[in-house]
Ligand binder design. Sequence first.
Ligand SMILES: [Zn+2]
Length: 356
Amino acid sequence: MGHNAVQPSTLMSDFLRQCGGYAVIDGGLATELERHGADLNDPLWSAKCLISSPHLIRKVHLDYLEAGANIIISASYQATLQGFEAKGLSKEEGEALLRRSVEIACEAREMYHNIGCKVSWDATGNGEILKQRPVLVAASVGSYGAYLADGSEYSGIYGDAVTLEALKDFHRRRVQVLAESGADIIAFETIPNKLEAKPYVLISVGFLQAFAEILDEEDIKIPAWFSFNSKDGVNVVSGDSISECASIADSCKQVVAVGINCTPPRFIHGLIQAIGKVTTKPVLIYPNSGETYDAERKQWVQSAGVGDEDFVSYVGKWCEDGACLIGGCCRTSPNTIRAITKALSSRSSSATTIQF
Ligand SMILES: [Zn+2]
């Protein structure tokens, strides 16, 4: 591994300190783009908008910043060089779109800081220093299952030809490009877990292993987070234990936070506790609205969802469990993030940062 300019461990601890102890992650990106009318019924999902409507992506990032987000996640979740190639784009064009996803998020941050003028005063030093609210841009990397676009990031079942080397080859260039794109951190998201069928048992761990090895071998200069998803509150979706997954994340030097995303809020409490037993790294959680995704019909089934108020009623508990980065995933909105921001601001140490 090469020498990083910023030690991965200090990036996250410095950032959390600047945020007053708790940071707000943004909400669902793809589902929010859809709410604004984007048709994402496409193997590229939200990455389709990188081609058709980048301005809409920027608007949604800005909406989340205005709602209080400290971290915005790029539209690269389902953006892969292989997926772009299937649309007839060249490798160079695909790489440019990956970079563009991060640029759009950086543009939104700049616009927010310039035009929004949301400032806070840091009065802890000698005199008053004008300080902008800290905002990180995270480059999203979805799983191989997300690329398959058949919902298999919710099952972890990829088929028997998928080996560790194949997964590494699949992700290597994409991770390299995103790492050089100006993002502050790579968000490996919605990593599927426990596998029902025996031949696949090692694959989801292998997938995580693939990310960990790429980070190590390719001299990736920015840190990363690993975020898993669960359907039962005990294991990751493929069936591997959350402890095993969080332990792998814990052993990877480049990984500065570990957690859960795109999982119903009711499962989060137990998962935070399980993660906390195997790592001292900051724990992040950004659950979905609690609705379930029907991959066959490509629809969210609404009945099981929780409203923004219910979602936010969990926030205090999650903090007590040990989570310090909190946001939302699919079907959450700027309103959810606004409510999370409010709930967290009462917990953040007001001694260091006063927000206007
Ligand atoms: Zn999600």
